[in-house]
Design a protein around this ligand. Structure first.
Ligand code: B4P
Length: 191
């Protein structure tokens, strides 16, 4: 199996690039952001709780997202592999993911980390907020909070994979297709 963690701050291009990578490599896309937004749209109690946190720009509890990933792994046992988009976002989530994959005799192949400046992230997210109306993209204060959450809780996850020699950093500024080519090259190198 090819199991890729696509990593980076909010607005780095994870969702954008995941769409292209799943087509190229025939992988199952697991985005915890998308899974949480589906729960919100469905009006479940999990979705209602998550919405309060997401609208403030803070992370939802580890146990919630780990549970969602666990059930998706179990539902896709025949997959050629997975792209984890926006997960893991804490060290506890990274450790849990290793445990879940090990229980299926699997492991992470590599982590690809998109590097983008805070100024560019804010510009992209405000633009998307204006176009899509996504509440956590509409307000600059919330965007700054999401970037702070990333710096304090999520950025250390890159070190976790670096210790396992699975981390590749990619410049996430520039043409989407050019960044996609660099991601594909990095995936070919880690297969
Ligand atoms: P996510 O849905 O994961 O949101 P995100 O990180 O902001 O989006 P992403 O990074 O995928 O956006 P993209 O770059 O594709 O999370 C939302 C919230 O859910 C979190 O704040 C948190 O509360 C919660 N959550 C999710 N997962 C969690 C977890 N594991 N644990 C706890 N809480 C969790 O796109 C951004 C924009 O940039 C787009 O408009 C795109 O068109 C544009 N863009 C992309 N590439 C570009 C490029 N090269 N040049 C110019 N623009 C580009």
């Amino acid at each position: 199996m090819l199991n890729i963690v696509l990593f980076g701050p909010p607005g780095a291009g994870k969702g954008t690039q995941s769409q292209k990578l799943i087509e190229r490599f025939q992988l199952v896309h697991l985005s915890t952001g998308d899974l949480l937004r589906s729960e919100i749209t469905a009006g479940t109690s999990l979705g209602l709780e998550a919405k309060k946190l997401m609208d403030q720009g803070v992370l939802v509890p580890d146990a919630v997202v780990i549970g969602m990933i666990d059930s998706k792994l179990n539902a896709n046992k025949d997959a050629a592999g997975f792209i984890f988009d926006g997960f893991p976002r804490t060290i506890a989530q990274a450790e849990a993911l290793d445990g879940l994959l090990a229980s299926h005799s699997e492991k992470i192949s590599c982590m690809l980390s998109l590097k983008v400046s805070e100024e560019e992230l804010t510009r992209r997210l405000l633009l998307r907020g204006a176009e899509s109306g996504r509440p956590d993209d509409a307000n600059e204060m919330v965007i700054r909070k999401r970037i702070q959450e990333y710096e304090s809780k999520t950025a250390p996850v890159a070190g976790y994979y670096d210790q396992q020699q699975k981390l590749t950093e990619i410049d996430g500024i520039g043409e989407i297709d050019h960044i996609f080519t660099k991601l594909c090259q990095a995936i070919e190198a880690c297969r």
